[in-house]
Design a binder for this molecule. Structure first.
Ligand code: SAH
Length: 207
């Protein structure tokens, strides 16, 4: 874990709160048996349903870019293993997370219980639509690649909110940060290039 935290710091993840949240989150709880011993390497790993648990550096970078506050209500799209969700939950008041695979969602829920993270609310559904009943959110994070600007999600963001998402149709996407100007407009910054699995329409038919 020490070595992983040093690697993250060397790459620019320097926010003490973000580093502490990563330190407190045992990544080996979120990785499949086959890859357990690689849990503290700085790499993405395969999980069930053909999906991936994100690289710790990217989790750190995206969490830092979200500029969380302890009172924030956060929407996350793409629960996956739940690792990023758990990191977000340590830095915000409430995390709403949406996943389109029921199996992944159930496994993630069990992990949140084990870690006694009681401020996470899960939903099985198409995250591309956001969670209108709970909107607006202070922060939104998308952990699957949106093919174009996520307009539905931007409408569910508070006027001074922040949304971080990988955007692009190909295997390499741009990690984008949208920041509200408080008057209904948004500025957009491109942070770096990333490789995420695609944000797909609808829910998965498989379990
Ligand atoms: N943050 C996760 C990353 C998982 S990969 C982790 O660290 O483990 C991206 C996830 O987004 C996958 O689980 C995939 O099933 C999910 N996903 C893709 N499209 C989606 C959609 N439209 N709605 C909800 N989840 C979606």
């Amino acid at each position: 874990m020490r070595r992983l935290l040093l690697a993250l710091q060397a790459q620019g993840v320097t926010d003490p709160g973000v580093l502490a949240a990563i330190e407190k989150t045992p990544r080996d709880l979120f990785t499949p048996d086959l890859f357990k011993e690689r849990s503290f390497e700085d790499s993405a790993l395969p999980i069930a349903c053909g999906q991936t648990i994100s690289q710790p550096y990217i989790v750190g970078l995206m969490t830092q870019a979200l500029t969380l506050e302890p009172r924030a209500r956060v929407l996350e799209i793409g629960t996956g293993s739940g690792y990023q969700t758990a990191v977000l939950a340590r830095l915000s008041r409430l995390v709403y997370t949406v996943e389109r695979y029921r199996t992944l969602m159930r496994e993630a829920e069990a992990r949140f219980k084990t870690l006694q993270l009681t401020n996470i609310i899960t939903k099985f559904g198409d995250g591309g639509l956001g969670w209108p009943e709970q909107a607006p959110f202070d922060r939104i994070m998308v952990t699957a690649a949106a093919p174009a600007e996520p307009t539905a999600l931007l409408t569910q963001l508070k006027p001074s909110g922040v949304l971080v998402a990988p955007i692009g149709k190909g295997p390499v996407q741009q990690l984008c940060r949208y920041a509200g100007d408080g008057k209904g407009g948004f500025s957009k910054d491109v942070l770096c290039e990333v490789r995420f699995v695609p944000l797909l329409d609808g829910v998965a038919r498989e379990p």
